[in-house]
Design a protein around this ligand. Structure first.
Ligand code: PFF
Length: 466
């Protein structure tokens, strides 16, 4: 970010602006592309039966996620403050009440909760960089890779240490405010990630059960689609796009007035979706060829990928590079998870950015131990959705983010005056604007409400009533 004037009207930002449209796209792509694409998408798709889940996921990404991402950027840029203050300000201007700041506050809380478990899994990725580098995957078979992941997750000391390292790194970057360097690095990371994924795809096509994998991902079997999996697909769409918690809004606050919001959002959503689908196509052929369990959950990629790297030429090199890239992708997402809270603390309590980052990072680090212990000491302590990590993930992805998204669409579609959104989207009032408006006013909020009602069993009841 650089300190410049925004030139073309609009409120001035308290923090300066992105140096270019590309810088913003890179930052939002860095936020969106992360463990959600490579770790979570395959395992959630595996647990929810594949094809039909993927179809609902894609519908949610483009029908709900894309308009919400545009709305978030729009609100951030119009408010030009942290998400809490932006929503308070815009709420007052457009709707006569500052209570809309609740959207920002719930986002700050969601960021804390998500980062607490995100950091633990990112820690595993860091551990795998070293395992791969040490040649631990070489010639591995299904049993060996299972033992490898079990020995890591079984030790709270090891997972705790990796979690500490990852949080430390995240706080360091946020505190120093060196995101700008990382933005540039994203230019290399995303293409490099795609190249290695394509390479892995080649391995899966030749050595895996590729046809089975493709069928699993793309042949919808609606009998496998429960109300719970529809909710999981929607939750995953929110999680992977980093929407519903003000993160994109926080970044939008630094966006110059002349940048096109729809084009920006569209390119980010496409890149994010391509990486998730590629990961799925890489993982499942290996899972099926080696008798791994597609419903294995969070361990899934940590079992499947070492099998590929361990048995392909130059696997040690590519494996190490791949986990480094995923670790880096996780870092750029983690930074964005802290941004709403840090920007809010800096603007509200007049603390320095460094101090705010350290304090917030410490709270998240402590909270993260609930997830560290979920795999070992507390693995038998399950309630509601399962372990602590399962519950944090479910609560944030499937409830808090969609609820945040719902409030954002209601605000943008119904509370904010039409002229304001026309001006901010800057695409005229033609078809593109109309499409966004219909998606934002009707499709996205209705979809979220229906999926919620369905998940708690009320939809069938309502349908029967009419
Ligand atoms: N989108 C990130 C991923 O797919 O890994 C995770 C994430 C980042 C979720 C930022 C929410 C958020 F605000």
């Amino acid at each position: 970010m650089v300190q410049t004037d925004n030139g073309k009207g609009g409120r001035s930002s308290l923090h300066g602006f992105w140096s270019s449209r590309l810088a913003f796209i890179l930052a939002v792509t860095g936020s969106a592309v992360g463990l959600g694409n490579i770790w979570k998408f395959p395992y959630i798709a595996g647990q929810n039966g594949g094809g039909a889940f993927v179809l609902v996921y894609l519908l949610c990404v483009f029908g709900v996620g894309l308009p919400i991402m545009m709305s978030e950027v729009l609100l951030g840029r119009r408010g030009r403050r942290n998400p809490v203050a932006s929503m308070a300000l815009l709420g007052e201007e457009e709707g006569g009440t500052r209570s809309w700041s609740l959207i920002g506050l719930s986002g700050v809380v969601a960021g804390f909760l998500i980062l607490s478990f995100y950091s633990v899994i990112a820690g595993w990725v860091f551990a795998y960089i070293f395992k791969s580098g040490a040649g631990d995957f070489a010639g591995a078979d299904a049993e060996q890779v299972k033992t490898l992941v079990q020995s890591l997750e079984g030790s709270w000391l090891a997972t705790g240490a990796w979690h500490t390292l990852f949080m430390g790194l995240t706080v360091f970057v946020v505190a120093r405010g060196v995101e700008r360097g990382l933005e540039v690095a994203v230019t290399l990371m995303v293409p490099a990630l795609i190249v290695i994924l394509v390479l892995l795809l080649g391995y899966s096509m030749t050595s895996g059960e590729f046809e089975m994998g493709v069928r699993f991902l793309f042949e919808p079997d609606f009998s496998k689609l429960s109300a719970g999996s529809v909710l999981a697909a929607m939750g995953q769409a929110f999680f992977t796009l980093s929407i519903g918690m003000g993160c994109v809004m926080a970044y939008g606050a630094y966006l110059p007035q002349e940048t096109s919001i729809p084009a920006t959002a569209f390119s980010v959503v496409c890149a994010d979706t391509a990486i998730a689908l590629l990961s799925g196509l890489v993982i499942f052929p290996i899972v099926f060829a080696n008798g791994l369990d597609p419903t294995a959950g969070p361990e899934l990629i940590f079992q499947a990928l070492p099998l590929s790297f361990g048995n392909m030429p130059f696997g040690t090199f590519f494996g190490t590079l791949f986990f480094m890239l995923v670790g880096f992708a996780a870092l750029t997402s983690a930074i964005s998870l802290m941004e709403p809270a840090v920007a809010w603390a800096v603007e509200s309590f007049s603390v320095t950015r460094a101090r705010a980052s350290v304090i917030i990072g410490l709270i998240i680090w402590v909270l993260g131990f609930l997830s560290v212990l979920s795999f070992n000491v507390l693995s038998d302590f399950t309630f509601w959705q399962g372990t602590f990590l399962d519950n944090l993930d479910y609560l944030t992805s499937n409830i808090m983010l969609p609820l945040g998204g719902l409030m954002i669409t209601v605000f943008c579609g119904w509370v904010m005056c039409r002229n304001a959104s026309v001006a901010e989207l800057d695409v005229g009032a033609g078809n593109l604007y109309q499409a966004w408006r219909i998606l934002t006013r009707f499709v996205a909020p209705l979809a979220v409400v229906l999926v919620f009602l369905n998940a708690i069993g009320l939809l069938d009841w309502l349908i029967a009533l009419f």
